[in-house]
Design a protein around this ligand. Structure first.
Ligand code: S3P
Ligand code: PEP
Length: 442
């Protein structure tokens, strides 16, 4: 990990009183980017309504455009359908190269688009932020080769990468190790219906993380008309199958990003206040839904009501022992809460976070300890012993979730200076305004 940059600081506001706010959280990154890919591969035009418009989803939309797909803004339509005023209309077209795609540091873009590029007629070159070169991609690269594609990388199983599309892919059965990222599996399944033989993905290795995200892939594929076999429906463990066939263009409304609700719910917990998140789905594959359970175990009370999720804190934060293997992206905010808790916490099952936007385990330990905390890395997670914290600079390593975690600590620890708060735009546009509004400081 390189040394923290200490310019561009945002002083995290302290909470003047228990928060009492309704926070409308923008659309789910994971659902928006899946919806875009599925709509691009469909046989008819479709709509993605209430999409997340953030760095990761704008990169996905642009990547698809580069390969010939129409992704058009519909900002002012008054269609009378939910989210009708804000939509992307997606116009499928023959996928074409030559093209270059910037993946930024979006796992969904760097993993979901190479299989799409294998269907393009011509070469598609992928590159991104320096960190994107370090994030695992071997599962997708090796699998695409095994399924009949020609790819050129630098021999490291990572970006930069060129996929030499030939207009179609044979497909079939492939074995891979997805223990470093569930996105390898999702990537192959999302395009699999368009492979001549469909796709059968067999995972061999340590357990796959983030399984709810694979369930999201399966559910969205089925909603688009694909025939999918998955382990949770009585299929073979660690085997997923997508039959070849056309995908339907859909009119789809994106759910709010429940993982991005984490810092706001955490604010209710640490200040003993209440936050309501409208449109919280009753049933969802989003891993963020597990916040209801996790934050209840940490001392709050969650209630699904007609107005959305109502979450109330008592002001007391309890330590927690939690296996976050399925919900790794919730770790930074949970770790921030654990640092403010009454007792120790152990977060496990999250070794793969070392290869996320940054090495999240090292970064959380280093930055919370820099404020006086006592966080130690374990083999597969973090041990957090609460200590009185003080202000200071909190580096974020271009990681949106490090920045929102720091904001949570700053609610009750004066003088937390968050470096590069703008990095939250990866998945949460204008976080500082949403945060100030929640605190009544907007
Ligand atoms: O498929 C997805 O949308 C995601 C899967 C998860 O990735 P990993 O399985 O790599 O952890 C998650 O952490 C990421 O934020 C989004
Ligand atoms: C791991 C994350 O993102 P990505 O989609 O880039 O993997 C995340 O958002 O926490």
């Amino acid at each position: 990990m390189t040394d923290a940059v200490t310019e561009d600081l945002w002083t995290a506001p302290t909470a003047p009183a228990p928060v009492d706010a309704v926070v409308t959280v923008p659309g789910s990154k994971s659902a928006t980017n899946r919806a875009l890919v599925l709509a691009a591969l469909a046989a008819q035009p479709g709509y993605v309504r209430r999409p997340l418009r953030s760095r990761d989803s704008l990169l996905m939309a642009e990547g698809l455009r580069r390969m010939g797909i129409g992704v058009e803004d519909e900002l002012n339509s008054s269609t009378g359908v939910p989210g009708g005023g804000d939509a992307w209309r997606v116009l499928p077209a023959p996928l074409a190269g030559p093209a270059t795609v910037d993946v930024g540091n979006a796992g969904t873009v760097m993993r979901f688009l190479p299989p799409v590029a294998a269907l393009a007629d011509g070469p598609v070159h992928f590159d991104g932020d320096p960190r994107s070169h370090e994030r695992p991609l071997h599962g997708v690269i090796d699998a695409l080769r095994a399924l009949g594609a020609r790819l050129e990388d630098e021999g490291r199983g990572a970006l930069p990468l060129t996929v030499h599309g030939t207009g179609g892919l044979v497909g079939g059965t492939v074995t891979l190790d997805a223990s470093s990222s569930s996105q390898f599996v999702s990537a192959l399944l999302l395009s699999g219906a368009r492979f001549q033989q469909g796709v059968e993905v067999r995972h061999v290795g340590d357990p796959v993380p983030s399984l709810p995200h694979i369930r999201m892939t399966v559910e969205m594929l089925r909603a688009a008309g694909a025939q999918v076999d998955a382990p949770e429906d009585g299929g073979e463990p660690d085997v997923w199958r997508v039959a070849p066939g056309a995908l339907l263009g859909r009119d789809l409304v994106v759910e709010p990003d429940l993982s991005n609700a984490a810092p706001f719910l955490a604010a209710a917990l640490v200040t003993g206040g209440t936050v309501v998140v409208p449109d919280w789905p009753e049933r969802t594959s989003q891993p963020g839904d597990q916040l209801r359970d996790l934050l209840t175990r940490m001392g709050g009370e969650a209630q699904l009501t007609d107005e959305g999720l109502r979450f109330t804190g008592s002001g007391r934060v309890l330590g927690i022992d939690a296996d976050l293997h399925e919900v790794g992206e919730l770790t930074p905010v949970i770790a921030a809460l654990a640092a403010l808790a009454d007792g120790p916490s152990t977060l496990s099952g999250i070794a793969h976070l070392r290869l996320h936007e940054t090495d999240r385990l090292a970064a959380l330990a280093r930055e919370i300890n820099g404020l006086g905390g006592d966080v130690t890395e374990t083999e597969d997670g973090l041990r957090i012993d609460p200590r009185p914290l003080h202000g200071g600079v909190f580096a974020t390593y271009d990681d949106h979730r490090l920045a929102t975690a720091a904001a949570v600590i700053g609610l009750v620890v004066p003088g937390v200076e968050v470096e590069n708060i703008a990095t939250t735009a990866k998945t949460l546009p204008d976080f500082p305004t949403l945060w100030a509004d929640m605190l009544g400081k907007g």
